[in-house]
Design a protein around this ligand. Structure first.
Ligand code: GCO
Ligand code: MG
Length: 404
């Protein structure tokens, strides 16, 4: 058998931010890449892989992707959860990369071929005030984006989420211990609809406008928010309320017709089952790197298709270019694609990760190279040692810890 997994390595590198990458090598020298980055909890996944997954993989038949998925999921006894599902995802994606390279085909050909010509993406506009956010929207529309998410700082709320510091890319994991930020729902409900309205007033309706509520609202508050922006025709309001209890979304659905997206922190088909089967959301945001890889995410999207729910995968900068390469292979081939989040990685990240996708007129075009179409420069990776960074916490004025 030529297709044995001979070597499996975990590469931890921090070009601009931390990434955990899996490299699988088969006995005949084919290399597959997978992303195992879990923002702020990177080393937990690295250890899960090195200490518990990799020793069980050596010698296994790399062509049996579904069997290896089940071996790692059912075989562990302990199910679901971000650490496990990110580790499984990295192995799964690397195996798809290998299968494509062996076949001489891009992964999307193995998934049935292209169902569209390009992948619609949305970019992030943010600002320390409304004027700055409007300038950012202007810049992104000028760059050809057809969909933009709008977030602005809230007057009177220290460091509200979603706003870039300085000129770099927005990256909330910004300190070696979690920084403390503020939150005030009343200020948000009063100001956010106004700044979204300012975007429509200045730029009109000829592009998709998105907004992330970042788990901050109760279902009733989310209903109030969604209703107050219905005339702005948002593409979606994201994460209006935490989704551990999926039934909470019933109330939001009753209160507003603003489309709803959720799932970036969810990891399995069971985590989104009620949301999908009761049609409580319009877009499912589970990602290829945090929800079990191409094998499992495809099952989630298939279930979603039955209920008229579309894909809208998470794609912040903490998902590496390996993840984005894999996401695009799936996005381009599924019937119920909705949109893909895209926060372009910076030049330093691209010194390590050299993806073959490119942006064309607001669409990302996946690579046609065999496999995922990404190269990883291991020498460059070694130049950027791990640099612990945490996501912030949010507190109300009285000190109560709030959802982030
Ligand atoms: C998004 C997200 C991110 C997350 C980050 C956490 O919609 O892009 O909410 O900004 O906060 O990816 O790791
Ligand atoms: Mg989000």
């Amino acid at each position: 058998m030529t297709d044995r997994i001979e070597r499996a390595e975990v590469i931890v590198t921090a070009p601009a931010r931390n990434f955990v990458t899996v490299k699988l090598t088969t006995s005949d020298g084919i290399v597959g890449w997978g992303d195992a980055t879990l923002n702020g909890r990177e080393l937990a996944v690295a250890s899960y892989l090195s200490d518990h997954v990799i020793p069980t993989l050596i010698g296994k038949d790399a062509s049996r992707i579904g069997d290896i998925w089940s071996y790692l999921y059912k075989g562990a006894y302990w199910r679901r959860g971000p650490v496990t599902m990110t580790a499984i995802a990295a192995i799964d994606v690397a195996l798809w990369d290998i299968k494509g390279k062996r076949a001489g085909l891009p992964v999307h050909e193995l998934l049935g071929g292209k169902a569209r010509d390009g992948v619609l993406v949305y970019a992030h506009a943010s600002g320390a005030d409304v004027a700055e956010m409007l300038d950012d929207v202007d810049r992104l529309l000028g760059e050809g984006y057809r969909a933009v998410r709008g977030q602005a700082a809230l007057v009177g709320v220290p460091d509200a989420y979603g706003v870039r510091h300085g000129t770099g890319v927005y990256d909330p994991a910004d300190a070696s211990l979690p920084s403390e930020t503020g939150w005030d729902t009343a200020a948000y409900l009063e100001q956010a609809p106004g700044y979204l309205r300012a975007i429509r007033e200045r730029f009109g309706f000829g592009f998709h406008l998105l907004h992330d509520c970042h788990h901050r609202l109760t279902p009733n508050e989310a209903g109030i928010f969604g209703r107050s922006v219905e005339d702005l025709k948002l593409f979606w309001m994201e994460d209006p309320t935490p989704a551990e209890n999926q039934e909470k979304f019933r109330l939001i659905r009753q209160r507003t017709t603003t489309p709803i997206a959720t799932g970036e922190v969810l990891n399995s088909i069971w985590d989104v089952q009620t949301l999908i089967t009761e049609q409580l959301i319009d877009y499912v945001r589970t990602s290829v790197s945090h929800a079990g890889g191409i094998t499992h995410l495809r099952r989630i999207f298939d279930l979603a298709d039955l209920y008229g729910v579309r894909s809208g995968s998470h794609g912040a900068t903490d998902l590496s270019p390996v993840s984005l390469s894999a996401a695009l292979q799936l996005d381009i081939s599924i019937p119920n694609f909705g949109i893909q989040e895209y926060m372009a990685h910076d030049a330093v990240t691209h010194e390590v990760f050299r993806p073959g996708y490119h942006l064309d007129d607001g669409y990302l075009i996946p690579s046609d190279a065999p496999g995922l179409g990404i190269e990883v420069d291991e020498d460059a990776a070694r130049r950027f040692p791990y640099n612990p960074k945490y996501l912030p916490v949010a507190r109300l004025a009285d000190g109560t810890l709030h959802d982030w």
